[in-house]
Design a protein around this ligand. Structure first.
Ligand SMILES: N=c1c2ncn([C@@H]3O[C@H](COP(=O)(O)OP(=O)(O)OP(=O)(O)O)[C@@H](O)[C@H]3O)c2ncn1[C@@H]1O[C@H](COP(=O)(O)O)[C@@H](O)[C@H]1O
Length: 109
C-alpha cells in the first residue's frame, strides 16, 4: 500500500521550498533553476529507471523509481498540481480498459 501520509508530508515540504532561498536546499535550488531543469531531472530519472529494469536488480529499480516519483512530484508542485489530483485520475480510470479509455479521450488527450 502507498503511504499517502509520507507523500503529503513531502508535498508540503516541496511547497515550502518554492519560496525558500535557492542555496538553502536541493529542491529550492531546483525550483530556482526553473521548469526546464526540473524536466531534465525527470527525464534523467526515467532513463535511470529503464537501466535499472534492464539490470534486473529490484533494489536498484526501487531506488530509481523513487527518484522518478520524487522529481515528478517536484514538477507537479511547480504547477500547483497535487498528488490527490493524480490519484483522482487513477480512480477515474479504475476498471476502464486501456483500449476503451484511449477511444474516449477525444481532444483532451
Ligand atoms: N526524496 C527526496 C529525494 N530523492 C532524491 N533526492 C535528491 O535528488 C538529487 C538528484 O539525484 P541524482 O541521482 O540525479 O544525483 P546527482 O546526479 O548528484 O544530482 P545532480 O547534481 O545532477 O542534480 C540527489 O541530490 C538526491 O539526494 C531527494 N532530495 C530530497 N528528497 C525529499 O525532499 C525533501 C526536501 O529536500 P531538500 O530541499 O534537499 O531539503 C527531503 O527532506 C526529502 O524528503
Amino acid at each position: 500500500m502507498i503511504d499517502f501520509e509520507v507523500m503529503h508530508r513531502l508535498q508540503k515540504t516541496l511547497y515550502a521550498r518554492k519560496t525558500a532561498a535557492p542555496d538553502s536546499s536541493y529542491v529550492a535550488g531546483l525550483y530556482a533553476k526553473g521548469v526546464d531543469s526540473i524536466c531534465k531531472k525527470v527525464a534523467e530519472e526515467a532513463a535511470e529507471t529503464i537501466m535499472a529494469a534492464k539490470d534486473g536488480d529490484r533494489l536498484h529499480l526501487v531506488h530509481e523509481v523513487t527518484d522518478l516519483w520524487f522529481h515528478s512530484m517536484v514538477l507537479l508542485t511547480q504547477f500547483d498540481v497535487g498528488i490527490d489530483d493524480v490519484v483522482a485520475e487513477f480512480r477515474r480510470r479504475e476498471g476502464l480498459s486501456g483500449i476503451d479509455e484511449k477511444k474516449n479521450r477525444g481532444d483532451t488527450k
